[in-house]
Design a protein around this ligand. Structure first.
Ligand SMILES: [Zn+2]
Length: 225
């Protein structure tokens, strides 16, 4: 079977959740990312992306692509190399696969809980977790959110997993734990260069990454300059 990175394995309301036909936002307007869905938005150089986590326990998978060249994208492995650390801290700038600046973590009230190691959930992950029917997933949310604004991504990069709590043990194992953030926790990201940004309110309800209740919830965001 031929693999096409931009074609979803299934569908949900993400395909109808675009901020506009082109993904251009109204500055200062608060947009909702419905639970289990994703949204794509275009940001300009120097813009500030403000993501709000109303429940405090909802993971946000985050991607950034260079708008004029989608083959350049925010890269977790290049960012870990650049920073010399596994989890970015306040003031740190994450970079692209071409090692140029993409986003700076300007503010976060839970700086220790973000994750750069874990792949986005996808159809195959849920099948392996024992789900038989189609399950909403972050990979498809990325595909549908970009499709909804007329963009075609050339690959599915590893996401920057905001609020995702995956501690690393002294023996180098990882575990999937509930978020440690509180209600209305915010993350502010400064955008470098014109970018296509995608956020997915992770629909994971098999492991407790979205809280002990395994009940995915919505997120909100706004763009300002
Ligand atoms: Zn997910």
């Amino acid at each position: 079977m031929t693999y096409h990175p931009h074609i979803p394995d299934g569908s949900n309301a993400t395909i109808h959740s675009a901020v506009s036909a082109t993904g251009t936002p109204v500055y200062g307007e608060t947009y909702r990312i419905p639970a289990r869905c994703g949204v794509a938005v275009i940001a300009k150089d120097g813009d500030l992306l403000n993501i709000n986590n109303p429940s405090g326990y909802q993971v946000c998978d985050f991607w950034a692509f260079r708008l004029n060249n989608l083959n350049e994208y925010l890269s977790m492995s290049h960012s870990r190399t650049h920073l010399g650390k596994l989890i970015p801290e306040l003031g740190d700038t994450l970079v692209s696969n071409l090692r140029s600046n993409m986003v700076t973590l300007e503010s976060s009230d839970t700086p220790i809980s973000h994750d750069t190691l874990i792949a986005a959930c996808d159809h195959h992950r849920y099948q392996q977790l024992g789900v038989h029917a189609y399950h909403d997933n972050c990979t498809d949310n990325l595909r549908m959110a970009t499709q909804a604004i007329g963009q075609k991504i050339p690959l599915v990069p590893d996401p920057f997993n905001l609020w995702m709590n995956v501690p690393i043990s002294p023996s180098n194992t990882v575990s999937f734990e509930p978020p440690v953030s509180s209600e209305n926790s915010r993350v502010l990201l400064r955008i470098h260069g014109d970018c296509l940004l995608v956020m997915s309110a992770c629909p994971q309800d098999i492991t407790p990454v979205n809280g002990e209740g395994k009940n995915p919830s919505h997120l909100e965001f706004s763009i300002s300059n």
